[in-house]
Design a protein around this ligand. Sequence first.
Ligand code: FAD
Length: 362
Amino acid sequence: MAALTFYICYIGARPINRSWMQPQEHILLKDFTTFRIGGPARYFVAVKNTEELREAIQFAHSKQLPIFVLGGGSNVLISDKGFPGLVIKIEIKGIEYKEREGEDVEVIVGAGENWDDAVGHIVSRGLSGLENLSLIPGSVGAAPVQNIGAYGAEVKDTISWVEVFNTETYTLEQCSKEQCQFDYRDSIFKKPEGKKYVITRVGFKLSKKPNVNITYKDISNYISEHKVEDLSIQKIRDIVIEIRTKKLPNLKEYGTAGSFFKNPVVLKEQYDELVKKYSGLPGFTGASHGDVKIPAAWILDTLCNFKGYRDGDAGVYKNQALVLVNFGSATAEDISSLSEKMIACVKEKTSITLEKEVQIIF
Ligand SMILES: Cc1cc2nc3c(=O)[nH]c(=O)nc-3n(C[C@H](O)[C@H](O)[C@H](O)COP(=O)(O)OP(=O)(O)OC[C@H]3O[C@@H](n4cnc5c(N)ncnc54)[C@H](O)[C@@H]3O)c2cc1C
């Protein structure tokens, strides 16, 4: 990855930032996750710029503590025992627009910006590319981590680079799109070799041309049912928000991290065998190498009857079998054992091993 000399010099030359706050101790992480689950962090600090991030990493290294980087806490299940090291919450803000050739605009966003606020800001400027990803919870910095996707779009299609702080060399580097190794809900940042990077800013290539993407069934159905004629990017954002609000649990009401599992991708031959057994099993080709992506929710609902299932305060959302819910005082163990029960059922019925989408911090 290319080192960003300007930033390295800046970090090295500046005196220690006076605003650096010493990490707090024994901070309950459940207050920082959408599952509302998670025990205490041994140390916890929020950082607002790369200098504070550097100080935080130095602090952890000096005490030989493991580091966990937290954004909005909407894709994690953290142990009730907490985290024995330093949790660094990324609050690096800022949004910058740079005109590029033709219709293109480069938009550079701080990792600590709220994802949907940033999308709203960008759409209001008439720039297209992110509108289908409206209302996804979390931070901008976490978006490349699992290459967030929804309604026929993936964030990788608009990212041109990701700026990272290398916790081994203490330098800022720029990761090209290729270096990020984006895949379905995956990137280098989820792999062992990418764990040394903390994302600080993301560069997007967006367009002034309203290239609306209405390929996803829910959006096209909405457009025909409501006879929508104005297909502006703001309208697409509004439609996505309306659909998501009806479909997904309200975070004010339930603890959840959204889809708990990834949709499995299987060989065409395996899919054909399964369809013989379960007629009606949906499958989408177009996944890599001609494989077939199967909606895990269909299996969990139709074959395993998990929609609306409840085991104490741990349960499955009534409208979507992929979404696990904390109804009040579920523990990480409760959610985890429910998820294992679901994995076992899918395995028994289909031989498929479901993979967790949520990051498990146990
Ligand atoms: C109701 C609901 C609906 C959802 N819908 C979708 C959806 O449609 N599509 C989708 O893809 N996801 C969806 N999600 C999952 C989640 O919103 C995304 O994964 C989001 O990007 C997580 O952002 P976060 O800031 O909350 O990350 P966190 O939960 O804080 O962290 C997630 C992972 O990213 C790492 N991370 C966070 N910030 C950084 C950083 N700056 N540098 C390096 N690593 C970092 C963390 O260490 C952790 O491993 C949904 C979640 C909920 C609760």
